[in-house]
Design a protein around this ligand. Structure first.
Ligand SMILES: [Zn+2]
Length: 331
């Protein structure tokens, strides 16, 4: 496996208390976080750092106020999705290195080199760079709302369809493939299906992020189930990980038909139900017509990215899609 950042990964209870040790080579850190975490953790972090530190709030960055970063030598992204994404963007803007300090385990971007950016109601990915390190303090992450952890599980279990579709796209459409990267993501998926400990989930998320960095694109971790979720972003406000998990059994159904799935759609649907994750159109608050619309839009997204979709492969039309929705109890 090629050597890529992050080159240090700490996943433990109380890891944050040692943050100072990881910053020995730096004199001027800047912490990026959101308003809520700033209020909750500023004193604790400054205590561990042995004095006041510079903070940049996500809201300040979004207003274009990031002059606070000048003269700094390392960025720490402290928080969930938006704080980590902002740290990535700031690292790209300033060419500084950054360290990921996740406070929730809600998605596989905690150690990836891609930031999710919102524009006109759509979310799209911007290439940044990987963190040089990850400091995951389990005693902080376990205090995050349970729904965030569930979303994190969703973003990992949906690899059941992204991996199958990647194999299909390689075999039938000659898309690039890397067996080592495939195995890395597959192990991450299997680890979370077998054991739901928080450290297992965090490790799986870091490995998925590394896999995308090594491969140079999100393809291993993001297939049609992600495209459907991106289409849904216009109309729903559910967490990313829950949306991709919601769309996964639907995609798996077609992958099973095509002979490219190691997992049964029905079993994965049951996994969602057992974990009280949204598994029906009602759960996620959309109509069948909206779903058909999202699927169409998802196919456009896949097309634009030159990614082969299992729906295209199986030639699924609206009538068949509605039938599948009934079979899998989405309807
Ligand atoms: Zn994802």
């Amino acid at each position: 496996m090629s050597i890529v950042d992050p080159h240090f990964i700490v996943i433990s209870e109380g890891a944050l208390s040692k943050v100072d040790d990881f910053l020995e080579d730096y004199k001027q850190p800047i912490f990026v976080t959101d308003d809520i975490l700033y209020a909750a953790y500023r004193e604790i972090v400054e205590d561990f750092m042995g004095g006041e530190v510079t903070w940049l709030l996500v809201s300040e960055y979004e207003k274009g106020k990031f002059s606070k970063a000048s003269g700094k030598d390392i960025i720490l992204g402290f928080g969930g999705g938006r704080s980590i994404d902002t740290a990535k963007l700031l690292a790209r803007d300033t060419s500084l290195d950054w360290i990921s300090v996740p406070t929730a385990a809600s998605h596989d971007g905690i150690a990836s080199d891609v930031a999710s950016v919102s524009h006109n109601g759509y979310r799209y990915s911007e290439k940044c760079k990987s963190p040089i390190g990850v400091i995951a303090d389990l005693s902080i992450i376990e205090k995050a709302p349970p729904k965030l952890r569930l979303a994190g599980i969703g973003d990992i279990v949906c690899k059941a369809s992204s991996l199958g579709e990647w194999r299909l796209a390689h075999a039938r459409n000659d898309e690039p493939f890397d067996q080592r990267v495939y195995s890395l993501v597959k192990s991450a998926l299997e680890s979370v299906l077998q054991d739901e400990r928080l450290d297992t989930l965090v490790r799986a998320e870091i490995d998925s992020g590394r896999a995308m960095t090594i491969f140079g694109s999100s393809r291993p971790c993001s297939g049609t189930e992600h495209a459907i979720s991106h289409a849904m972003d216009r109309g729903t406000t559910e967490l990313h990980g829950l949306q991709v998990a919601f769309a996964m059994p639907f995609c798996l159904h077609y992958l099973e038909e095509a002979g490219y799935s190691d997992y049964k759609a029905e079993n994965m649907r049951q996994f969602l139900v057992d974990h009280a994750m949204p598994a029906s159109l009602d759960d996620i608050g959309i109509s069948a017509d909206q779903f058909l619309d999202y699927v169409n839009h998802a196919l456009d997204i896949m097309n634009r990215r030159n990614r082969y979709s299992v729906l295209q492969h199986q030639g699924a039309d609206d009538t068949q899609i509605l039938k599948t929705l009934k079979v899998l109890k989405y309807l």
